[in-house]
Design a binder for this molecule. Structure first.
Ligand code: LHQ
Length: 267
């Protein structure tokens, strides 16, 4: 749905841009921000809006109320016109995960509460996660006889290592924010009332960096998982050639030599 001047109208999430940071807030607190068709569609739309808006340099993804996201809305699955599971995953979940990883801006996950099922997958697909002290992660899929999806089986072993990933995926046990920090799943745990400020501060730091270098770095990190060292070295050389030709690199050098903060423009 679009509003005045063709801007999308969101009903299940909030989309706000300020100071070059887009904040996407999953906004169904009464259902712990469980993912309905509407919310999934809107989340993909919001990511596409970010992709088109060069004024946005970093994204914060968070949830309204006490949860980050409880995964698939299980009540909606009972509706007679619910799509088959494989179709739902392919057509509604996977495009969100792909859009998050292909987005050439970093996404900071502000994990404000429980991240369950595909909600955990959304958290895993962020570039940097900061958790409130009461947050938790639970691969709830197995509890309802399903398999982890939306990238969970890909991200989790890479984030926490294969042994912990197997334990979390197979047993479906809840991982507290403190444990998540210990396993490197989150960058930092902060008091709940400081989460928004902390996440915005990290996003602001990212937004002040050179956008092309950040985009190239995000892509290189993702690509590193599927290539050998020789290819990774060549990939770095290739990307360095691109980054080195930007005005932002020249600005970074000049700022260093003049002992002043750089002003990156994305050129
Ligand atoms: C919910 C939900 C929810 C609806 C809480 N749906 N209402 C992909 C493809 C297609 C289909 C299948 O799935 C997937 C991927 C997946 O994501 S599968 C995994 C789906 N998610 C889950 O299985 C998690 C279900 N939720 C829970 O286990 C608990 O709610 C958690 C551990 C998240 C939180 O527990 P509590 O803090 O004790 O909260 P609660 O259970 O009391 O929930 C509060 C309300 O939120 C409640 O509503 P009510 O009207 O009774 O107060 C829940 O029904 C509702 N809610 N999760 N996924």
């Amino acid at each position: 749905m679009t509003g005045d001047r063709g801007a999308p109208v969101f009903t299940a999430l909030r989309y706000e841009v300020a100071d070059a940071i887009a904040t996407i807030t999953l906004d169904r607190p009464e259902a712990l921000n469980a993912l309905t068709v509407t919310l999934k569609t809107e989340l993909l739309t919001a990511l596409r809006v970010v992709a088109r808006d060069r004024g946005v340099r970093a994204v914060v993804l968070t949830g309204a109320g006490r949860a980050f996201c409880a995964g698939q809305d299980l009540k909606e699955r009972l509706e007679p016109d619910a799509a088959p599971l494989a179709v739902e995953v392919r057509e509604r979940y996977n495009p969100i995960i792909v859009a998050m990883r292909r987005l050439d801006r970093p996404i900071v996950g502000a994990i404000n509460g429980v991240a369950a099922g595909a909600g955990a997958s959304l958290a895993f697909a962020c570039d940097i996660r900061i958790a409130a002290d009461g947050a938790s992660f639970v691969l709830a899929f197995g509890r309802i006889g399903l398999v982890p999806d939306s990238g969970a089986t890909w991200f989790l072993p890479r984030l926490v290592g294969p042994a912990k990933a197997a334990e979390l995926a197979l047993l479906g046990e809840s991982l507290s924010a403190a444990e998540a920090e210990r396993f490197g799943l989150v960058a930092r745990v902060v008091p709940a009332d400081a989460l928004t400020t902390e996440a915005r501060a990290v996003a602001a730091r990212l937004a002040a960096l050179a956008p092309k270098a950040l985009a190239l770095t995000k892509r290189a990190l993702d690509r590193s998982w599927s290539v050998d060292l020789d290819a990774a070295l060549e990939d770095e050389a290739y990307r360095q050639g691109i980054a080195g030709a930007t005005a932002d690199h020249a600005e970074g050098l000049a700022a260093f030599l003049e002992k002043r903060p750089p002003r990156f423009t994305g050129e």
